[in-house]
Design a binder for this molecule. Structure first.
Ligand SMILES: NC(=O)c1ccc[n+]([C@@H]2O[C@H](COP(=O)([O-])OP(=O)(O)OC[C@H]3O[C@@H](n4cnc5c(N)ncnc54)[C@H](O)[C@@H]3O)[C@@H](O)[C@H]2O)c1
Ligand SMILES: [Zn+2]
Length: 346
């Protein structure tokens, strides 16, 4: 078991990674807590024991469950039970659960302690670390939320054994991102080691840019500008013809976005062809897709990317370069189109 620290002065906290990490839960429960609200999902079947009186609060499946009605229902249940300011909320699940549990902990009684037991790869290397919590509105994802750092994040690699293949791939898309953000050879290490190193990168970026204002944390969007646009293009097509539309999960779309970002960096003369090959190698080592499904057009992707929230000054991308990956604003449309065609957009 390895421990990575998110350094935030008095609010620093450990991310514990390894087989059986969830068994350490009682050690991280605040000494004054008398009760723990376990926020989790039905059928997850991952048992945790906080070592104090506890009650289970269930969150539904998927993005629809990440909602204000869920938050209200959980807060009401906690109030009816008498959960106090000294007590603790423990999120046990993937990113949907930790986002909701973290937000409930941030707002219930104006803030109670939170601990996350992250059970998906996405939650272990991304969602549960860093204090971004929140829920969706019908107008869009993650539109209501708060920064609320947990007391500890437990990443038990044993529980990853039951993850469905598609969920695993989804997480590996983010893992590929960390591999390309500067952990050369990450893809060849044992999974516990990969999770620990990825968590360490996330922890470091959160430490220097807790509130996502200085630009450092923006590096975590590597591969995401195109990734988000691709995810959207797939959602739009599924609405029209649910059975035959291309279906890329977030991590898979990010994988294509990583290869695209490398090609774009080469088109702009920031890196050479060997960097593109390295991106392709990492993505293929994780058995992730590296090209845009053929029917999705470059024009459509360009339009979707222009709507991306980071597009303040022309198109903005995180791009590799002589100093490593950095945020690059104002990228010319022509270069973007050329790179999109090279990764398969029609
Ligand atoms: N706060 C952040 O910084 C941040 C970062 C990245 C993603 N997110 C959010 O995280 C969410 C996605 O998280 P996710 O990918 O973990 O999805 P998820 O939470 O929906 O989990 C995916 C599925 O796996 C199941 N599951 C969880 N653990 C399992 C296990 N060990 N074995 C078998 N099944 C298991 C869940 O019940 C669910 O059906 C999104 O809402 C996204 O916005 C937040
Ligand atoms: Zn992501």
């Amino acid at each position: 078991v390895r421990t990575v620290t998110v350094e935030l002065g008095p609010r620093s906290y450990p991310v514990v990674v390894g087989p059986g990490a969830r068994l350490a839960l009682p050690e991280h429960v605040p000494a004054r807590s008398r009760r723990a609200a376990l926020v989790t999902q039905e059928d997850l079947g991952i048992e945790v024991d906080p070592g104090i009186e506890w009650r289970r609060f269930v969150v539904g499946q998927g993005e629809e469950a990440k909602s204000l009605p869920t938050v209200e229902r959980l807060c009401s249940g906690m109030a009816a039970w008498g959960l106090s300011r000294a007590d603790v909320v423990v999120g046990v699940g993937g990113g949907v659960v930790t986002d909701v549990a973290g937000f409930v902990a941030a707002v219930y009684l104006r803030g109670v302690a939170a601990i996350h037991v992250a059970t998906t790869l996405v939650a272990q290397i991304d969602a549960a670390i860093g204090g971004k919590t929140g829920v969706n509105l019908s107008e869009g994802k993650n539109l209501v939320g708060a920064f609320w750092q947990p007391r500890a994040v437990l990443c038990d690699t044993d529980v990853l054994a039951t993850l469905p293949r598609r969920e695993r791939l989804n997480g590996l898309g983010e893992m590929a991102k960390y591999a390309l953000l500067g952990e050369a050879g990450l893809e060849r290490l044992p999974i516990e080691e990969q999770v620990a190193r990825a968590a360490a990168i996330k922890a470091r970026l959160v430490s220097v840019d807790e509130l996502d204002t200085s630009g450092s944390r923006a590096l975590l969007n590597y591969g995401h500008t195109l990734g988000h646009a691709l995810e959207w293009a797939c959602v739009l097509r599924r609405r029209e013809r649910p059975s035959s539309a291309p279906d890329l999960r977030h991590g898979e779309a990010v994988a294509v976005g990583l290869v695209f970002a490398a090609v774009l960096a080469r088109v702009l003369g920031r890196v050479g062809e060997e960097a593109v090959l390295r991106h392709r190698e990492v993505v293929s080592a994780y058995e992730l897709p590296s090209s845009v499904p053929g029917e999705i057009t470059a024009a459509e992707l360009l339009e979707l990317m222009a709507k991306d929230k980071k597009a303040v000054d022309g198109l903005t991308f995180v791009l590799d370069g002589p100093r490593g990956p950095e945020v690059v604003p104002g990228v010319a449309t022509g270069a973007v189109l050329e790179a999109l065609r090279e990764v398969g957009a029609s």
